[in-house]
Design a protein around this ligand. Sequence first.
Ligand code: ARG
Length: 491
Amino acid sequence: MSDPKTGAAPGRLWGGGFSEPLDPVIERYTESFSFDRRLLRADVAANRAWVAALRDTGVVTADEEMRLDRALVEIGEAPPPRPHEDTGDGAREGRPLFEDVHTYVEAALCERVGADLAGRVRTGRSRNDLVATDLRLWCRDEIAVTRRALAACVAAFADLAERCGTLIVPGYTHLRRAQPILLAHQMLAHAERLMRDDGRLAETRARLDACPLGSGALAGTTLRIDRQGVARRLGFARPTANSLDAVSDRDFVADALYACALLMVHLSQVAEDLILATAEEFGWLRLSDAAATGSSLMPQKKNPDALELLRGKTGRAIGRLAGFLATLKGLPSAYNRDLQEDKEALFDGLDTTRASLEALTATLPHLRPAPERGLADDAGDLLATDLADYLVGRGVPFPRAHRLAGEAAARARADGLPLDRLPLAALREITPLFDPDVFQWLDVRASVSRRACEGGTAPERVAEGLRRARDWSEQRLTLSRPPEVESDVRR
Ligand code: ARG
């Protein structure tokens, strides 16, 4: 039903001053309905709140409000059309059906309540304040879903740490053997990072808690709209403070993308640790077949593809943040169409992060510790720091203790012995401060047990860390219900 003269799409939101139809190539290039259909529920929620506010100002009657509200609910429940559905209208062949989700909702409303009443909904409102509101609603819901996925992942780390028990493995710095640690300690380190990531998502959620509706195209509205009421109705803490800022503020998108990018960087580091820990050369964790993939050529291979993709997809998450910041950088005040790029960035950033969290949560239960690959009694050089600490206990200043322990390690290496098998006589040639009790220090279990400071790798401290991760995830999983209004439409 396009206008024969202008070729305007059904429900196009402009056209009065236009004498030619939009070039189809430009129409396809500028449309956003193919991806912003996901905002349908959010757009309906924002429209309903706006209609209620219009009733308060007398633009629509109570009866009209009811009719509009009922129609909007229906529109939100019906699946939105496919972006390029063929209407059988030759003029529209190959063209997008709707410019964007807002155009679609208005067109659907026209069908249900007639163009005059549907059109009133647009009073005092622009797509600029509408889209800013929709995207905040979507982001809010999606952050809640991502935080749940994150809590489930922390719970899976707690389970894995528990399975690791008191298995001791070499800890590395510079990817060189450093000091003995509990494998559980390493797994819980990853859980700690994720708990901080949750904090960043929560802060993003808290900062986006203002409602742009009522800001109009850029300058506000002449209507006496109760903006506090609109904000409240949509579950926002307050209305935005400056109309010009409100229509172009996408800080929350950048915040969310940063929170996602850093979270993904953490997942990538997890992936790297697990790829190493399950490799034959390290091998203190085993990946069961359910989480491994084979090779089309080499029959023996079991590859950790999901972990590799976690690492790989991190590049994408970082790219979404960097790309979007570049989009924002040169914008003059108020709304510019460049901002339409916010959606694919935000959708993909959050989708990738959520899917990656879920994939990791599914992988962790398939990891089994291999106690026989743990650090044996002959821990070698890994106990050199303990040797220095022993000398400190005998009153030696640390720099000297460090040098003497280094000499002992070199001597053990030269004699082809692990450090703890070096005879006392050899040790005493380095310094007579070594007594027979030194061998109590040259013991792997004793080494980790002595690191009992808060946050250390001693078993009782690791048990505390485990309890922390366990309590935290349980609390998050029971407190946070899935959001009531799922703003997303992915059909
Ligand atoms: N599709 C647009 C976007 O995503 C909606 C706002 C369009 N506003 C406008 N004045 N053309 O940003």
